[in-house]
Design a binder for this molecule. Structure first.
Ligand code: AMP
Ligand code: MG
Length: 519
């Protein structure tokens, strides 16, 4: 296996001079060298062929022992020196101090298709940043991360990628619900891939310690390699950097709201400096449309990271990033302008996305949208199915006919009688008036809507079925879901069974509606 290595990260940013992996506070360094843990019986369960191709790995290479050694942590690739990064962050709104890659280890940077890529193992053992945890990951969370990263990519949502899923053959102790019932689970390692895994928290660490030299070094490095379009110098350069991060973060969150993705742990250490969705933990997809839903049981009380809060939380996180970058910019008024542009961008773009989801090119009154949100919520409507089937409505439909076409999306169809039915018919009456005014013919509108409203998303129950099968040694569902989710906007009638509401058994099941940070 021949990899086009780039080792500029190691050369340009300060490394921790302590080479041990003992847990500690690390100062004056962006990262610490570490060695991945060698698993006892690594087995490649799945790899993303499409990403492998992007990285320039052939099919033969992917099934080679060299590849398994690389992505399981069994052997360090020649001439490379793996490392874990130092970062800090706000968790659930509170300052948490130094966190860092507690179980993520960057293997190396490489070049493919004119793009820099970092390969990172998640779950490959302890690092100086492991605090009181073990540096490992379990199979269930690794399957979830592997499948969802790739599903999000194919949905067109900016995200880190996942190249491979390896079971380690080692047992890992976890208390899934944090209720005093720890149990051993199979361990796994995922090989994540992104241009860089630098987070808001990497900058926050240095700012909190008033280490301006390293704050600047990290910003210069990030701009140089990942924001090469920024050509200005001095304070203007960092201000522009901040603006670009704001732009990319808005774009990411708009995509989340479009497809109904709930991240679950939007802590500042889980915010990518490139505006990529990162750290797939207790995430979920809006099924019965509840804007107040969070999949994360750890957040059940405050619901800080509920679906409808995501845009505001991203902004809150950007404010924290602003505080961290302030020493490089020192211009409050300009930074406020950058922050204001977040809401301006969101407020101007979100209605357009909502219009696209409804297949309406012409603007409409906000009450029409609000009424729909209320109806979707009170009727327990499956978000994905509703929007997808809405595309089947035609201009000549009666409100009754239109309602019938989306009825499959209702979790309790019997409830859609009397009041709710009348409200739905009123809404569809307005919708049909708007449709008739649209230029596009029904078929063209349907095609356009199907490009923004996915047919298939990785519902938690789907991931859970794949997990339960894999825990019994059957990986066929991982393969099947990976294949379906590669083309989420295509009909794929052979996979129609995955175009389904969450089954009743999954309603209150651990892993489906209840997910903790335990992974
Ligand atoms: P998360 O909630 O996954 O974003 O993780 C928050 C912090 O805890 C990060 O610094 C992680 O690296 C660290 N962490 C989470 N799980 C583990 C683990 N099993 N071992 C070591 N560190 C961990
Ligand atoms: Mg994290």
């Amino acid at each position: 296996m021949k990899i086009n290595l780039k080792d500029t990260f190691n050369k340009e940013l300060p490394a921790d001079s302590d080479l041990s992996n003992t847990r500690r506070q690390v100062y004056n360094a962006c990262f610490s060298f570490v060695t991945p843990r060698v698993p006892s019986k690594p087995t490649l369960l799945h790899y993303a062929d499409d990403l492998a191709e992007t990285l320039g790995f052939s099919k033969e290479e992917m099934s080679s022992e060299v590849f398994l050694n690389l992505v399981s942590g069994s052997a360090v690739y020649p001439k490379t020196q793996p490392y874990a990064m130092a970062y800090a962050g706000h968790q659930f709104g509170n300052w948490a101090g130094q966190l860092g890659d507690g179980r993520a280890i960057n293997l190396f940077e490489m070049l493919s298709q004119n793009q820099r890529w970092t390969l990172q193992l998640k779950g490959a053992g302890e690092t100086p940043y492991s605090r009181n945890a073990d540096g490992l990951a379990v199979l269930r969370s690794s399957i979830r991360e592997h499948l969802c990263s790739e599903a999000m990519f194919h949905l067109g949502v900016p995200t880190t990628r996942s190249l491979s899923l390896v079971s380690t053959g080692d047992k890992v102790l976890r208390d899934i619900l944090y209720n005093g019932n720890p149990a051993y689970e199979p361990g796994a390692v995922v090989c994540r891939v992104a241009p860089t895994f630098i987070r808001f928290g990497n900058f926050q660490l240095f700012a909190a310690r008033k280490d301006i030299t390293n704050l600047k070094a990290l910003a210069d490095y990030t701009i140089n390699y990942f924001y090469p379009e920024i050509q200005s110098e001095g304070k203007e350069k960092y201000l522009q950097f901040y603006q670009e991060i704001v732009n990319r973060t808005v774009a990411m969150v708009l995509h989340w709201q479009r497809v109904g993705f709930v991240h679950g742990v939007m802590n500042t250490d889980n915010m990518s400096i490139l505006g990529l969705t990162i750290d797939y933990g207790p995430y979920g997809w809006l099924e019965d449309y509840d804007p107040d839903w969070t999949p994360n049981t750890t957040d059940a009380e405050g619901r800080r990271y509920r679906f409808r809060n995501q845009p505001d939380i991203a902004l809150w996180n950007l404010v924290q990033l602003g505080n961290a970058l302030y020493p490089l910019i020192e211009d409050i008024a300009s930074m406020e302008q950058v922050l204001n542009s977040y809401s301006q961008q969101f407020d101007s773009q979100f209605p357009i996305i909502q219009q696209q989801k409804l297949g309406l090119a012409a603007e409409y009154e906000s009450t029409f949208q609000d009424e729909l949100t209320t109806l979707l919520t009170t009727s327990e409507t499956d978000m994905t199915i509703f929007y997808r089937n809405l595309a089947n409505v035609v201009k000549t439909d009666t409100p009754d006919e239109a309602l019938t076409k989306v009825a499959f999306a209702f979790y309790q169809p019997d409830k859609i009688v009397t009041t709710l039915k009348t409200s739905w018919l009123n809404w569809f009456e307005l919708y049909l008036i708007k449709l008739k005014e649209e230029q596009l013919a029904d078929a063209e509108r349907k095609a356009a809507m199907n490009l923004v409203n996915p047919k298939y998303v990785l519902r938690n129950y789907m991931a859970q079925l794949a997990i339960e099968a894999a825990e019994k040694g059957d990986n066929s569902l991982i393969n099947e879901l990976y294949t379906v989710l590669k083309k989420p906007y295509d009909e794929q009638s052979e996979y129609e069974k995955w175009f389904a509401k969450r089954p009743d058994w999954a309603r209150h099941k651990v892993g489906c509606s209840m997910l903790s940070c335990s992974s």
